[in-house]
Design a protein around this ligand. Structure first.
Ligand code: BGP
Length: 470
């Protein structure tokens, strides 16, 4: 539909931006924090480690003041499990609680609503040693962590997100520094989906616990959702797109919302002898968690064609690459879309298509928890960053949210990636996303001073006009 008159963004629309603890905080072993799986992983050659990142641990006041200057209504950040519970289970680290209390209070001081991700790719290393999500006890470990967070921060945090991009953990875990597949495992697919199952149960129980402990709070999942296009109108390609849509997207949302396995995914797992084992009570637990909203990350769409049976897993695949699976689908490069400097396709209209599809399937309010452009930015001698390319990217995506709202979708907010420059999942510090530039290089920590990019001033204007002035 072409809307001649656009419906306005809701009055209380949550404009903001996102970060995650292991990518932004630094202080990776300070004040009693235990190492996470990210701190002990071998970093890709040529990229920096995670000891300092953007140093937000020491500079959160300055960072939140800058977010307030942009007019943020919300700040999406994650809580590091091993900062709160260094061994993953057992003793709580008071300094960790204090840090997040400070961050939350600082946000509230400016009227910024904290939007807290409970798990963002950073399993405590001590729990990795105990089998990570492959250990069924991980459900209880996570639930205990959730309880500690609800008890300590639930009086002030009204919006919670469970697990960031569980679908990417399952599909490309090694690229983002996790999941752990035990050595000698003979059925990797089954092991992967068993771990996925534990996360799904943990998520459902955490949502139920949140509602029990914090009746006024709202909680939802945060998968990475990309509508999958068929490469052509050949029926075979359409079926392949349905397959990959189910494996990549709907499995996670069908589970979060309805508590059931998507039938196409279940059939695929059966074919491959990879169905997860259900523990006692899992079926009921999965049905007991009801999200209040759907949080989702969107970077672009995916395109696939029918499998010709020769697909090999692409070792270079990352969050936004359709890898291909024999007999299921084959990744296809969409010739209609430009790509970023880092090879990710750019598809603003696909954002609207993704939102439409999600809303017609689930009928829940939605908040965008990530979207953005990773680029090489340059700090000029007079302290400016002219990131017009980022403004263009964000403008086109916000326009599509506006159209999706006019299509009737309920949108609660928009939190692009990222509030401030931070370390990329696998491409170090050179791939920047922030509105705020951080003065450091891959290995040279420089001053770590903050600079406002051109996109900073632009986004401030967007927020002040509630999305009217783009
Ligand atoms: C998402 C993750 C983020 C993030 C972003 C950009 O998948 O949730 O943690 O980093 O992608 O990805 P990258 O850093 O690989 O460019």
């Amino acid at each position: 539909m072409l809307h001649k008159t656009l419906k306005p963004f809701p009055k209380d629309f949550l404009w903001g931006a996102s970060t995650s603890a292991y990518q932004v905080e630094g202080a990776s072993l300070e004040d009693g924090k235990g190492p996470s799986c990210q701190d002990v992983k071998v970093v890709p050659e040529g990229t920096s480690d995670l000891k300092v990142c953007a140093d937000q641990y020491h500079r959160y006041k300055e960072d939140i003041a800058l977010m307030a200057e942009m007019g943020f209504k919300t700040y999406r950040f994650s809580i590091s499990w091993s900062r709160i519970i260094p061994e993953g289970t057992g003793a709580v680290n008071p300094k960790g609680i204090e840090y997040y209390n400070n961050v939350i209070n600082e946000c509230l001081k400016y009227g910024i609503e904290p939007l807290v991700t409970m798990f963002h790719f950073d399993m405590p290393a001590a729990l990795d040693e105990r089998g990570s999500w492959g250990n069924r006890d991980s459900i209880d470990w996570f639930l205990n962590f959730a309880k500690v967070m609800f008890e300590n921060f639930g009086d002030r945090v009204k919006y919670w997100l469970t697990i960031n991009e569980q679908n990417m953990l399952t599909l490309v875990g090694p690229v983002i520094g996790t999941l752990m597949i035990p050595e000698g495992c003979t059925n990797v697919l089954k092991e992967t989906y068993q771990q996925n199952h534990h996360m799904l149960v943990a998520q459902a129980k955490a949502m139920a616990l949140c509602h029990e402990m914090l009746p006024g709070a709202k909680i939802g999942p945060a998968p990475n959702i990309s509508l999958v296009y068929p490469a052509s109108c050949k029926p075979e390609d359409v079926l392949a797109a349905q397959n990959y849509n189910a494996i990549r997207n709907w499995l996670y949302l069908d589970m979060a919302v309805y508590g059931v396995y998507n039938n196409l995914v279940w059939a695929y797992l059966e074919e491959n002898d990879a169905c997860p084992e259900f523990g006692e009570g899992d079926e009921e637990a999965l049905k007991s968690g009801h999200p209040d909203f759907i949080g989702f990350n969107y970077y672009n769409t995916a395109t696939v064609e029918a499998s010709d049976g020769t697909e090999k897993l692409d070792p270079g695949a990352d969050q936004q690459t359709a890898r291909g699976e024999k007999g299921v689908y084959r990744g296809y490069k969409n010739p209609n879309l430009p790509t970023t400097e880092f090879g990710w396709e750019i598809d603003p209209m696909g954002f609207r298509a993704t939102i439409r599809e999600m809303y017609s399937r689930y009928r829940l309010p939605m908040i965008v928890t990530e979207n953005g452009l990773g680029a090489y930015d340059t700090l000029t001698e007079d302290g400016k960053v002219h990131d017009q390319y980022r403004i263009e990217y964000l403008r086109k995506h916000i326009e599509q949210i506006h159209l999706a709202i006019s299509d009737g979708a309920e949108m609660m907010g928009y939190c692009p990636w990222s509030a401030i420059d931070l370390i990329s999942t696998h491409e170090g510090m050179v791939k920047r996303y922030g509105f705020i530039y951080v003065d450091r290089d891959e290995f040279d920590l420089k001053t770590l001073d903050r600079y406002k990019k051109d996109s900073f001033y632009w986004y401030k204007k967007v927020i002040a006009s509630n999305g009217e002035d783009l």
